[in-house]
Ligand binder design. Structure first.
Ligand SMILES: Nc1nc2c(c(=O)[nH]1)N[C@H]1C(S)=C(S)[C@@H](COP(=O)(O)OP(=O)(O)OC[C@H]3O[C@@H](n4cnc5c(=O)[nH]c(N)nc54)[C@H](O)[C@@H]3O)O[C@H]1N2
Ligand SMILES: Nc1nc2c(c(=O)[nH]1)N[C@H]1C(S)=C(S)[C@@H](COP(=O)(O)OP(=O)(O)OC[C@H]3O[C@@H](n4cnc5c(=O)[nH]c(N)nc54)[C@H](O)[C@@H]3O)O[C@H]1N2
Ligand SMILES: [Mo]
Length: 758
């Protein structure tokens, strides 16, 4: 409430918060966790971080033409992401012309013409790339990829490429569909819930309510994470009296402090024990799977010393976890970025699937695979065809609906787009939402890549780094957010989204838009498409922008599962998309069965003096949007440039807690990658594994360091060294950071920068 009222005022706060995630309200943009059935919804069906996300969008602050007159591109580049975000909502289209250092206003139609001119002058449409962040609605995403494919390219990178791509690849290869198989109801009948590489207390807080309910019913919870995250321990549910005044619930029955990137070995170890104990659902494996023997042979050959060294856990710890799995009749396997952003992520997730197959945890109540998605519509955007590697059947179906022939060649993903901009193969970047410059890896390299383009276009609600790191010509197109009324020629429009559990539902904003000059994402895409494609195709872009139900009619004929879309999405709570493994134990894989996968164990090679850095989110941010400078669950206040490190590692390397260090990446291409001025915080993390916040650490993630098969940047396993810093303190805001030290036992009250002589 404190954050919301300070940004929106009292009236706007009550009107807005009461509509979050209600059947006639708007979908919270803070994460993709599903909503309960309409009858079981709370009147406050949102969390602290949802309220912050809403306040960030519905803020009363504004960025107008005077602001851009006052601040040059260079001035904006010097500001922190926190400062940029606090300036408020963008209000009118702006252009930075070639040679100029300032943005100036431009009329909407002129902006569309300028974009069209750049796009039509390209030698081939493959010289442009079209990014999507996972907040875009189904309607906007569908039209965006339609426009891009009509233009003639499949260059559709999206935030998934940096997020759950490894999950998608692993799931498609093993069970034939790249989506999770559980519904919210399964949480209420599971025996065991595994939470691996995820911090739900901060990133999916409403998941804790499901975990708490499961726990009260007798389910057990296994947490696998280098850090013991708040939320899984000592959870106080803020939505009931028991939680407000009572004793907190220790959600996790067992916490395994795995080494960063040690999960593959851990899951192999659990598998090895389950095989030894014959704790196998043989009816399931016989009827529905292939490859069990090969996998069992592979697992049998692995030695315990290899496995325990690789995961940093004892055999006893692995046994306790395996015992929980073998005692469970139905297990839900949840994971997020802690598993997806490593070199061997696809192998690790295949190993999770192997365990689920071994136990028959698919297509049965209370069990299943649950990759917990990030952005609120990231899954829907993929379903709508935002995919650089869209399958042939999708392209054929789209081509048939709109009478054209989409290019069959795969386009560029996020990392490939950066490389192609860097070496001049791509000269136009268009971003539908997001903050590509700062979300992408290797900030130095990505900055060079974006700055070498002829044109960058950002369709955004708020100012961010990507407006300052721009092409020779740069355009900002300000758009409506989820909370706002979307009025078009035929009346107010709703949009639709798909949550992490394949439920599609409607979202309607009610607030008066931040400025009268804003346009909806759909209207902006239609404007660009009409100006660029002219009458090359028989699509009435103006009509689609005026009535979104026409878009949904096209979606219904192109995308399977969306039959009678309009009618079904209007039911309170929406409808669930088909999922063959969940619905009927049908597996659309090469073999027609669910496939066990054998992956060699590949451990990181870390030399003495080197550490493995994972980059993660604080409690006060949404990706690159920084709400505030605190991470109260981890005891950090007034600053973000901290490095969490094991106390023994700190002294072994000759440092002391509170020292300010520069972090250097060790990567084979020899490029100098450094993130300066981080303060060491002694913290309960395994030896050799350190952690710091994203995006401040993105300069350290080498562009060439990506996961096998999914090409996801390895944001959770960066090999680094440290040196004492001589850099001037870097300020997160105008006050300058000061923070408390936390070592798992309490705060010592150190301030940063330290007073001289300390
Ligand atoms: N409030 C808020 N909500 C959000 C977001 C946000 O920024 N703020 N972002 C949204 C998005 S896009 C996403 S993708 C999700 C992200 O949700 P999470 O995946 O929970 O996000 P991270 O902060 O990256 O946390 C990763 C977790 O994995 C652990 N971890 C790191 N390395 C390893 C490892 O090698 N093994 C294991 N087992 N664990 C590891 C970390 O300690 C941390 O607890 O949240 C979404 N929701
Ligand atoms: N080092 C490191 N890097 C990472 C990660 C990590 O864990 N570590 N995580 C990765 C992950 S999981 C993800 S998903 C990506 C996130 O990458 P992105 O999705 O690109 O980044 P966001 O910070 O979510 O984007 C925020 C911006 O979106 C715009 N925006 C907000 N709402 C709307 C809207 O309704 N419409 C439009 N058009 N624009 C809007 C605002 O201008 C805001 O500044 O980052 C990835 N990068
Ligand atoms: Mo994400």
């Amino acid at each position: 409430m404190k954050q919301a009222v300070s940004q929106m005022g009292v009236t706007r706060t009550t009107r807005t918060l009461s509509r979050i995630n209600q059947p006639d309200g708007f979908d919270c943009m803070s994460c993709a966790w599903p909503d309960p059935d309409p009858e079981h919804r709370h009147s406050a069906e949102f969390c602290e971080n949802g309220a912050k996300a809403v306040a960030e969008e519905a803020t009363k602050e504004r960025v107008g033409r005077d602001f851009f007159r006052a601040y040059s591109i260079a001035d904006l580049s010097d500001k922190s992401e926190y400062w940029l975000g606090k300036q408020g909502r963008l209000t009118e289209p702006m252009v930075k012309r070639s040679g100029s250092q300032h943005y100036e206003p431009i009329a909407w139609e002129d902006a569309f013409t300028l974009i069209a001119t750049h796009l039509t002058e390209l030698v081939t449409p493959d010289e442009a790339t079209f990014y999507t962040s996972g907040r875009a609605s189904n309607e906007a995403a569908f039209l965006y990829q339609l426009f891009v494919r009509m233009l003639g390219t499949n260059n559709l990178p999206d935030c998934s490429n940096m997020c759950h791509e490894s999950s998608g690849v692993a799931l498609i290869d093993s069970i034939g569909i790249g989506k999770g198989s559980v519904s919210l109801l399964d949480f209420y009948s599971a025996d065991l819930i595994v939470v691996a590489g995820q911090n739900p207390g901060t990133n999916h807080p409403r998941m804790l309510s499901a975990l708490e309910a499961a726990k009260r019913r007798g389910a057990r919870i296994l947490s696998i994470n280098p850090l013991l995250e708040a939320g899984t321990s000592n959870f106080h549910n803020p939505q009931n009296m028991r939680g407000m005044i009572g004793k907190g619930t220790d959600l996790a029955d067992l916490h395994l402090p795995v080494k960063v990137n040690g999960d593959h070995a851990l899951f192999l170890g659990i598998g090895k024990l389950l095989l030894e104990w014959r704790a196998i659902d043989a009816d399931f494996t016989d009827a529905y799977t292939v490859g069990l023997e090969e996998w069992a042979e592979h697992v049998g050959r692995l030695s315990w010393s290899t496995l325990t060294n690789a995961c940093g856990l004892s055999l006893e710890e692995i046994e306790s976890a395996a015992r929980m799995v073998s005692n469970s009749r139905a297990t839900i396997w949840c994971w997020a970025m802690g598993l997806t952003q490593h070199h061997n992520s696809v192998a690790t997730i295949r190993e999770v699937v192997n365990l689920a197959l071994l136990r028959g945890d698919l297509g049965k109540a209370g069990a299943g695979l649950c990759p917990v998605r990030g952005h609120s519509n990231v899954q829907g955007d993929r379903t709508m065809g935002v995919w650089e590697k869209a399958p042939g059947w999708f392209l054929d179906s789209l081509g048939a609906e709109f009478s054209f022939k989409p290019s069959p060649h795969h386009g560029f993903d996020a990392v490939e787009s950066i490389e192609a901009m860097h070496d001049g193969r791509v000269s136009v970047f268009i971003g539908l939402g997001g903050n590509f410059a700062h979300a992408a890896p290797d900030t130095g390299y990505t900055t060079e890549a974006l700055r070498s383009t002829k044109l960058t276009v950002q369709i955004s609600t708020k100012l961010n780094r990507s407006h300052a790191v721009c092409g020779d010509t740069a355009i900002i197109l300000p758009t409506l957010g989820r909370t706002e009324l979307d009025m078009q020629s035929t009346g107010p429009q709703m949009i639709t989204v798909e949550d992490s559990m394949s439920v599609v539902h409607a979202s309607r904003g009610r607030l008066r838009p931040a400025s009268d000059s804003l346009r909806s994402e759909v209207a902006i895409i239609c404007g660009i498409a009409a100006a660029t494609l002219g009458d090359r195709h028989d699509v009435d872009w103006g009509a689609l922008a005026g009535d979104y139900s026409l878009i949904r009619r096209h979606i219904a004929s192109v995308v399977p599962g969306f039959e009678h879309f309009e009618e079904r999405v209007l039911r309170p709570g929406g409808f669930v998309l088909p999922h063959p493994p969940r619905d009927s134990r049908t597996f659309e894989t090469a073999s027609g069965r669910a496939e066990f996968g054998v992956s060699q164990l590949a451990t990181l090679e870390v030399e003495p003096g080197q550490l493995v850095l994972q980059t993660l989110r604080s409690h006060d941010q949404f990706n690159t949007t920084i709400y505030g400078l605190n991470d109260r669950y981890r005891g950090i206040h007034n600053g973000r440039r901290v490095l969490f490190m094991n106390r023994a590692d700190i002294s072994n390397l000759g440092f002391k807690a509170g020292d300010v260090v520069d972090i250097h990446a060790a990567w084979r291409d020899g490029r100098d990658r450094c993130a300066p001025a981080f303060r060491l915080v002694a913290y309960n993390t395994p030896r050799g594994s350190v952690a710091a916040y994203y995006p401040e650490t993105n300069p350290l993630i080498p562009i060439g360091s990506t996961a096998e098969h999914s090409n996801t940047p390895t944001s959770k396993s960066v090999i680094v060294t440290l040196s004492l810093s001589s850099a001037a303190p870097i300020r997160d805001d105008d006050r300058g950071p000061a923070l408390d030290e936390l070592d798992g036992t309490g705060t010592s009250g150190l301030v940063w920068p330290p007073a001289s002589g300390r």
